[in-house]
Design a binder for this molecule. Structure first.
Ligand SMILES: Cc1cc2nc3c(=O)[nH]c(=O)nc-3n(C[C@H](O)[C@H](O)[C@H](O)COP(=O)(O)OP(=O)(O)OC[C@H]3O[C@@H](n4cnc5c(N)ncnc54)[C@H](O)[C@@H]3O)c2cc1C
Length: 457
């Protein structure tokens, strides 16, 4: 069966929905194809923070910020390995994307500080509502949605121009969706793509796979098959701090080590300066036995738990039965499955270091990134939270130009093929600045939609 549209958008997260809705509102006929039986992908599971600057919310709080400062932060965190053209495109279009989201009813609840940002600019939203609002506008503008339609192959003319996509439904039915003006890949990352992880980031196979159910890297694979370039593939990293039983419905993450805990492996040994970035910890924990690190703390840290505040909510994790507790370190080690003698020895040496009696064995000098004094672990009861690295996002992917057009390994544009959101690489460089993943999905979704709408003449 063949269906003709102006534009075919593949994937229904923030990137796909922004592009599809913008394009439909500009008068293009658009189909939004989604592999699973539900819209939203990783976007719907996310924290909902968008990095924008120059917003009304920042102005209302007197936050001083600028595009120049934002650019510096992205380059600094990305270790200047980012594709500067993409960052400049983001900064040129982020203001109008922010206003466009607001005009679709999106409410930004608070402006939060996040690591790597030198100004408060993480604009928090109720992301499920955002996606629902966009989809409502898409349907109202005459857009068509195909759930359970997995794109499996791109169609190309002899000239190389991409003209459409072949889909398959769960019962095996195939259809061709042609896009007169273009095909937009918005298929997200490959956190659940074992085969691609084996190729690009095999060490991450030890992390807990997370993110959208359909995020197996199909878009990346289809573009790769046509010669697309790849960028930032060495930057894939999980986040340390999730219980091994973390499932699709529970996004469980505890950063007690920034509140005063230490992290030990099953042998009771520390293996990293715990004050460092949680992505770095996410890498080093993979090399520990079973990829496991136990956050060890005492009653003083336990008292800092903040119910309802993700990352600090020890109460909620206790309710789930995921935190071990005991009156002595020996007993704690026994119930948690840690070497007892080593744990007692490790804590005793850490306590000596906090008192300045000897250097810390892993060089830790603060609670988090230079801030906060170390606390001895000396007040019963004692606690252990076993945690692994959680792979939420892959941060890398196909190369695109500032217009969102896919660029091949030789630097030439693949005519008719666009890619936006997490399936793309080059934007983040060495590491991701919080809020720029949802941000880049929405901003490049708008850029691509505007470009396609211009084809209407
Ligand atoms: C727990 C968590 C918290 C996060 N918090 C934040 C945050 O606060 N701020 C931030 O900026 N980022 C955050 N991120 C990262 C961010 O959510 C994602 O990078 C972003 O949402 C990706 O958007 P996307 O539209 O590119 O892809 P997705 O939202 O993943 O959507 C891709 C869609 O494409 C579909 N698809 C895949 N293959 C096919 C195919 N062959 N055919 C059809 N459909 C297909 C998928 O099923 C999926 O629905 C978080 C991620 C997670 C998991």
């Amino acid at each position: 069966m063949k269906h003709d549209f102006d534009v075919v958008v593949v994937g229904s997260g923030i990137a796909g929905q922004t592009a599809a809705t913008s394009a439909a509102e500009a008068g293009l006929s658009v189909v939004l194809l989604e592999k699973t039986d539900a819209l939203g992908g990783s976007s719907a599971m996310s924290g909902g923070s968008f990095a924008f600057c120059g917003t009304d919310e920042q102005a209302a709080e007197g936050i001083e910020d600028s595009a120049e400062l934002f650019l510096e932060d992205m380059l600094e965190v990305g270790e200047h390995r980012n594709d500067r053209a993409l960052l400049e495109a983001y900064l040129t279009h982020q203001q109008q994307t922010y206003r466009w989201l607001r005009s679709h009813g999106v409410v930004f609840r608070e402006v939060e500080s996040s690591s790597g940002h030198s100004a408060r600019r993480s604009h928090n939203s109720a992301i499920k509502d955002v996606l629902a609002q966009l989809h409502q506008a898409f349907t109202k503008a005459g857009g068509h949605t195909g759930l359970n339609h997995q794109a499996v192959r791109l169609e190309q003319e002899r000239t190389g121009r991409v003209t459409g996509v072949v889909t398959r439904t769960p019962d095996g039915e195939e259809a061709l969706f042609s896009g007169r003006f273009g095909v937009v890949l918005a298929t997200g990352g490959f956190t659940r793509g074992t085969e691609l992880l084996k190729i690009f980031a095999p060490e991450q196979l030890a992390a807990i796979p997370y993110g959208g159910r359909g995020n197996t890297g199909d878009g990346l694979r289809m573009a790769w098959k046509l010669g697309a370039g790849m960028a930032d593939v060495s930057s894939v990293s999980g986040t340390y701090g999730s219980h091994p039983d973390t499932g699709e419905e529970s996004h469980e993450l505890l950063l007690a080590y920034y509140m005063g805990a230490i992290v030990v492996n099953k042998n009771g040994r520390r293996f990293v300066d715990e004050s460092q970035n949680y992505k770095f910890l996410g890498r080093v924990v993979l090399d520990q036995p079973d990829g496991l690190g136990f956050q060890i703390f005492d009653a003083k840290v336990r008292a800092k738990s903040h119910r309802g505040l993700p990352l600090k909510d020890i109460d909620a994790l206790e309710d789930l039965g995921h935190v071990f507790t005991a009156e002595t370190l020996d007993e704690l080690a026994a119930v948690a499955g840690i070497d007892p003698a080593c744990l007692v020895d490790t804590v005793s040496r850490y306590n000596a270091a906090t008192a300045g009696e000897e250097p810390d064995e892993v060089g830790r000098a603060s609670l988090c990134n230079g801030v906060g004094d170390l606390l001895p672990i000396d007040t019963a009861p004692y606690y252990a939270y076993p945690a692994k690295s959680l792979l939420t996002t892959t941060y890398c992917g196909v190369t695109i130009d500032r217009n969102g057009q896919v660029v091949d390994v030789d630097g030439d544009v693949i005519d008719g093929l666009y890619a936006i959101g997490e399936v793309t690489g080059g934007f983040h460089g060495a590491a991701y600045l919080p809020g720029t993943l949802l941000g880049k999905g929405a901003v490049f979704g708008r850029i691509v939609a505007d470009r396609l709408a211009a084809r209407l003449g």
